[in-house]
Design a protein around this ligand. Structure first.
Ligand code: COA
Length: 351
């Protein structure tokens, strides 16, 4: 499945105060927020746990350390903290939130949804709440749903969250997977845009290819392989991937979706000030940028600090970029992510 629709050109924006030509309201990113737990798991710590080295991890992934939660902390705890920061940034009260959408592959429980826990924690008693699962591409999937609720005029504001506690599903006896993942959460508050100058979601694009369901997966705990003593003994309740294969598929598909997203707009690569890619491996990001002939300084990295935080990586990056003051109003940003499913997603944002 793929969704591509034309986005407005730079010239068209000033004349479209409230409504886009394809129908619907403009969608502002009114606030951003992020939260990572304080506990650090460094490469040196991992050297003591599995047969690896700081040098190997740094060279192959770009990761130096990742944050992990203490026992008893769930994804909704991180999500709620990120959400409250986004609400504060947007100056919106929790009781005015109308919808909460959380993207996660590490929900507090299969049900209720993590969004329901968030709703309780932050006191957003007037909000509907549900989760989205599209692995590492999930935040932009959630953003797309939120975007279209606001665009259609069904709600005025939506809290979109990416939150993960991947340390709970990481096998710390497997050196090929345990070096990659970290915990964290990020959130944005989408609101119907008012006035000309605001950060705005211009478009979102989604894709998937179910023929690769087995290359990156958490096999047990669902209806296909329910959790049993056997499944736990076989360590099927932990993330499994075929690293080399995923590596190549990630570069191919990220390149494809980014090219297609730019081609479907009236912009060229040079019109974009920043490309924020899912923080999976710095070599995946570098190779993708190279294939698109984009200078490396036009991308963003924080993988050294947090590792791969799946759904949380894009909204954490957005929050860090915002706080850094790196972008000026009107700058164009392309978001792109890739994950298990396989799934991929992208979005054009005007800062
Ligand atoms: N420390 C030291 N050696 C390690 C190691 C570690 N942590 N993990 C694997 N190795 C070894 C392997 O056993 C292999 O040894 P061999 O040649 O003797 O068999 C060697 O290093 C090379 O392994 P390989 O898997 O080919 O390395 P790589 O360059 O592909 O890097 C990943 C491995 C996992 C970092 C990389 O493939 C990757 O990032 N893949 C994508 C992972 C993913 O699914 N991310 C989520 C997507 S959003």
């Amino acid at each position: 499945m793929s969704t591509y629709h034309k986005v407005l050109t730079r010239k068209e924006f000033p004349h479209k105060a409230n409504m886009e030509r394809n129908g619907g309201y403009r969608v502002a990113i009114a606030g951003t927020g992020a939260y990572v737990p304080p506990k650090r798991l460094t490469n040196r710590d991992l050297e003591k746990m599995v047969d690896t080295t700081d040098e190997w991890i740094t060279k192959r992934t770009g990761i130096k350390e990742r944050r992990i939660v203490e026992d008893g902390v769930a994804s909704s705890d991180l999500a709620s903290k990120a959400a409250m920061r986004a609400l504060k940034d947007a100056k919106v009260s929790p009781k005015d939130v109308q919808l909460i959408i959380t993207s996660t592959i590490t929900p507090d429980s299969l049900f209720p949804s993590t969004s329901c826990y968030v709703q309780k924690h932050i006191g957003a008693k007037n909000a509907g709440a549900f989760d989205v699962l599209a692995a590492c591409a999930g935040f932009i999937y959630a953003l797309s749903i939120g975007e279209n609720y606001v665009r259609a005029g069904m709600v005025d504001n939506v809290l979109v969250i990416g939150a993960e506690t991947l340390s709970k599903v990481t096998d710390y006896t497997d050196r090929s997977t345990c070096i990659l993942f970290g915990d964290g959460a990020g959130a944005v508050l989408l609101r119907r845009a008012k006035g000309k100058h605001c950060s705005e979601v211009l478009s979102t694009h989604l894709g998937a290819d179910g023929k690769h369901t087995d290359v990156l997966t958490l096999p047990a705990g669902g209806s296909k392989i329910p959790s049993t003593t056997k499944s736990i003994k076989e360590r099927l309740h932990y993330i499994k991937f075929r690293g080399r294969e995923v590596f190549k598929l990630a570069i191919t598909n990220l390149t494809k979706i980014m090219r297609k997203t730019i081609d479907s707009s009236d912009y060229t690569v040079d019109d974009f000030s920043l490309f924020i890619l899912h923080q999976s491996n710095f070599r995946i990001i570098e190779a993708t940028m190279e294939r698109l002939h984009i200078p490396p300084e036009k991308t963003f990295f924080n993988i050294d600090k947090y590792g791969n935080t799946s759904s949380a990586s894009i909204p954490i990056a957005l929050d860090e970029v915002k706080k850094s003051g790196r972008l000026k109003p009107g700058d164009l940003v392309l978001l792109a992510a890739f994950g298990g499913g396989l799934t991929w997603s992208s979005s054009i944002i005007r800062w």
